[in-house]
Design a protein around this ligand. Structure first.
Ligand SMILES: NC(=O)c1ccc[n+]([C@@H]2O[C@H](COP(=O)([O-])OP(=O)(O)OC[C@H]3O[C@@H](n4cnc5c(N)ncnc54)[C@H](OP(=O)(O)O)[C@@H]3O)[C@@H](O)[C@H]2O)c1
Length: 244
């Protein structure tokens, strides 16, 4: 089996590449550094020769319109190149809540929605994996919510998941030999209030930033699964935080 990983040098992609290589899969690590630019499409056709499955774990750290354009354009370019080479399966990493109609209105979210739509309207089978926030991402969320030295956190629900379990799920989905359109959700075993999670996490890191709780400006359950989903077994590494 031959797999192209778009974003193969990234946080998730590098781990998926390592896991698949251990299984004897021939892995093409997609990266601008390796000659593939998913925005322009440069280098994709050549890289797709003989590829069975494309794993899309691209990311862009922005929330404006450029993020929306990035996710949609790169996914279209991957589908086009894959179709040209006879690729039989796309595996996309998305986020729990992206399919909901009451999500936030920012470019990142719109881009993730567009990615899913591009794959749904493609004739090639696609596995869309939506997960909650990674355990390791919680301190980054604290930074993203910091203003004037204080962390402003909504009283909303969050159910973070261990990154290794995300990688294992992507690996299993990629190794499927008879792919069909599927949508899978994965969350961690414990549900928290966001402000409590940040408070407990920062305290464990001896980070003295004040956490200011605010009322939820939208649905309280957007970031947690609302329907059928898989539940990881690995607990959040900081213990003693009250669950919701
Ligand atoms: N963080 C979470 O808690 C979480 C939860 C659920 C789902 N996800 C999803 O997981 C996916 C992967 O996240 P990640 O943290 O592994 O990503 P990442 O490491 O931030 O980035 C992955 C790759 O994207 C490529 N990239 C970034 N900017 C680019 C640009 N302007 N043009 C072309 N390529 C660009 C880079 O590839 P090169 O520089 O090598 O070209 C990078 O290695 C994302 O789609 C995210 O939505 C994340």
């Amino acid at each position: 089996m031959k797999v192209f990983i778009a974003g193969g040098r990234g946080q998730v992609g590098a781990r998926v590449a390592e896991a698949l290589a251990k299984r004897g899969v021939e892995v093409i690590v997609g990266s601008r550094a390796n000659g593939q630019d998913p925005m322009t499409g440069d280098g994709l056709d050549a890289a797709m020769i003989g590829v069975d499955t494309i794993v899309n774990v691209l990311n862009i750290a922005r929330f404006d319109d450029e993020a929306a354009v990035f996710f949609e354009t790169t996914t279209r370019n991957l589908v086009r190149a894959g179709d040209g080479a006879g690729v039989g399966h796309h595996v996309l990493l998305s986020i729990v809540g992206v399919d909901a109609e009451d999500g936030p209105d920012n470019g990142y979210w719109r881009g993730k929605i567009a990615q899913e739509q591009v794959l749904r309207s493609s004739s090639t089978p696609a596995t869309i994996i939506r997960t909650t926030q990674f355990h390791s991402w919680v301190p980054v969320l604290a930074d993203q919510h910091t203003a004037d030295g204080r962390v402003v956190a909504e009283r909303s629900l969050i159910q973070p998941v261990d990154l290794d379990e995300v990688v294992e799920l992507i690996e299993r989905a990629t190794l499927i030999t008879e792919p069909a359109d599927r949508e899978i959700e994965l969350a961690g075993p414990e549900r928290y209030f966001f402000d409590d999670l940040l408070r407990g996490t920062l305290a464990a890191m001896d980070d003295r930033r004040e956490i200011v709780t605010t009322a939820c400006d939208g649905p309280i359950d957007l970031m947690v699964p609302r329907g059928e989903h898989l539940i990881g077994t690995r607990p959040y590494p900081v213990r003693g935080i009250p669950t919701a």
